[in-house]
Design a protein around this ligand. Structure first.
Ligand code: NOJ
Length: 544
């Protein structure tokens, strides 16, 4: 494996839930041994890192984001030795591994909380945030609006209220207590020393609470991060911290600090705007948000994505934009969850291969390191009849056989029903069948990833937006050193022509990257391109 400390800048990351990938022992849920058996698939797909959803002991009331023990593996997913083996095998294939650090809260089943609630004088009492009234921190919003009415929950044992930003069974840790910070550092050390390459810091804006504030993005929270980062840098090299901060760009910017907090942060506001742009058939939402995206330190990187294990969150849009998104993408009431839409990419694109390709083509060429959600590379569907976000966490569809090749268990025993409708069901959408054809989505995704990785310009280069008169066309030039790549995308359902002012690159020859064909050289005249519905081009600009 390359020993470049900035590996995450060139990474294509694959997000996967160990439970949902492959069940090797036939008990109805995936485990590390199963995931290990599928590493060749991921290596062949071409991704460079795997981000794993939480796999720790947990009552699984928030699919593992409710951790009961930070130093072990959920028994359904295997043992620490299985994990070590997985890590070793991933590394052997050049794949890095990113795990979850859920540092804001624990499960109420965690021994820390059990002790803390046992009496008001327990030494662990102060590890959580308590109050005699539910009136403190009134300005903090509620995140899980569909299930929670308050950020305070009553603890009948110690007869007081505890603070929780997510489900009421997930008490927030108290980061004003140095012992909590030490404990979390011990957790980080444990996994980093084992060989984990990066950590996604879950729900990181909410670490610290202060009266009279929104309790988000506080200076004290950034202080905690700086401290953890310093310790990471002092003891390890080449590790990466990825902030999950669902915030506006200027607030997310703070999580990079001066390159002394997180290495990466998700670009939450960009994601819904990509969906808006393709629906409006207009580049404006994407251009606007890119223009509002601040510069970040050279060692830092955005994490970009189309879909993940959560609902397509609409927190970072205006009320009007949210209404528009609901109207266009969630006409069925069931598709909505909290402030978002719980659907996968393919159904959101109405199964339209051209739109799926376009969205991925943008994802892979815009600034940042792209993150793919398992199953989206084959166009898997979802199940909005399952509760919470479970409809986008169904088993991976490997083939058209028994349980989609995911498990040998009885179907009733599976942790989740498999998607089986005629459009997205496993008989129609699966790895095995798509492997056999060069024109399948899977084969196309492999080519896309390979092209993306053929140059560092996408991960590390600058972006310059062009402004063709035709606003249905999005065009930009990515550049790094002497390398230039021109991306032109038709966001509309109809053929479009666009005239691009490329005079600055006069004399260069655009080489279409998928086919390697030469286009006419750039001259003084506006460069005319025609594009079919949802078509996009990547051109390498070669100087003569
Ligand atoms: C963010 C995670 O992505 C989500 O799945 C989880 O429910 C919350 N954090 C709470 O941990």
């Amino acid at each position: 494996m390359e020993s470049d400390a900035l590996w995450y800048k060139d990474a294509v990351i694959y997000e996967v839930h160990v439970r949902g990938f492959y069940d090797a022992d036939g008990d109805g849920a995936g485990e590390f041994r199963g995931l290990t058996l599928k590493l060749d698939y991921l290596a062949d797909l071409g991704v460079s890192a795997i981000w794993l959803l939480p796999f720790y002991p947990s009552p699984l009331r928030d699919d593992g984001y409710d951790i009961a023990d930070y130093g072990n593996i959920h028994q359904a997913y295997g043992t620490l030795d299985d994990f070590r083996m997985f890590l070793e095998e991933a590394h052997r294939r050049g794949l890095r591994v990113i795990t979850e650090l859920v540092l804001n809260h624990t499960s109420d089943q965690h021994p820390w909380f059990q002790e803390a609630r046992s009496s008001r004088t327990n030494p662990r009492r102060d590890w959580y945030v308590w109050s005699d009234t539910p009136d403190r921190y009134k300005q903090a919003r509620i995140i899980f609006t569909d299930t929670e009415l308050s950020n305070w929950a009553w603890d009948p044992v110690s007869k007081s209220y505890y603070w929780h930003r997510f489900f009421n069974h997930q008490p927030d840790l108290n980061y004003d207590n140095p012992a909590v910070r030490e404990a979390m550092w011990e957790v980080m050390k444990f996994w980093f020393a084992m060989g984990v390459d990066g950590m996604r810091l879950d729900a990181v804006p909410y670490l610290v609470e202060r009266e009279g504030t929104s309790c988000e993005n506080l200076a004290e929270t950034h202080e905690v991060l700086r401290d953890l980062r310093q310790r990471v840098d002092a003891e390890f090299s080449g590790k990466m911290l990825l902030a999950e901060a669902n915030q506006w760009p200027r607030d997310v910017r703070e999580y990079f600090g001066n390159g002394d907090q997180c290495h990466m942060a998700f670009h939450f506001p960009l994601m819904p705007r990509m969906f808006m742009a393709i629906k409006l058939e207009d580049r404006k939402p994407i251009v606007d948000i890119l223009e509002r995206t601040p510069e970040i330190p050279a060692s830092c990187q955005w994490g970009t994505f189309l879909r993940n294990h959560d609902e397509l969150t609409l927190e970072m849009v205006t009320d009007e934009e949210r209404d528009y998104m609901y109207d266009e993408f969630a006409r069925e009431r069931r598709a909505k969850l909290n402030l978002g839409i719980r659907r996968r990419l393919a159904p959101l694109m109405e199964g339209d291969r051209r739109r799926i390709e376009l969205m991925n083509g943008l994802l892979m060429s815009l600034p940042g390191s792209p993150i793919l959600y398992y199953g989206d590379e084959i166009g898997m569907g979802d199940n909005i009849y399952l509760g919470d976000r479970n409809g986008v966490r169904t088993p991976m569809q490997w083939n058209g056989g028994w349980n989609a090749g995911f498990s040998s268990a009885d179907p009733e025993q599976l942790y989740s029903p498999i998607i089986s409708n005629p459009i997205y069901g496993y008989q129609a959408v699966n790895v095995e069948s798509q492997r056999r054809f060069d024109h399948s989505l899977l084969s196309w995704m492999k080519r896309l990833i390979r092209l993306r990785k053929s140059t560092r310009v996408f991960g590390r280069g600058a972006i310059e937006l062009l402004a063709p008169e035709n606003h249905r066309v999005l065009a930009y030039v990515r550049s790094l050193g002497s390398e230039r790549i021109l991306v032109v995308a038709n966001l509309s359902s109809q053929a479009q022509a666009a005239e691009l002012d490329l005079r600055r690159w006069k004399g260069a020859i655009p080489i279409e990257m998928f086919g390697g064909n030469l286009f006419p050289p750039i001259g003084d005249a506006p460069y005319l391109l025609t594009l079919g519905p949802y078509q996009f081009y990547w051109f390498r600009l070669r100087r003569l």
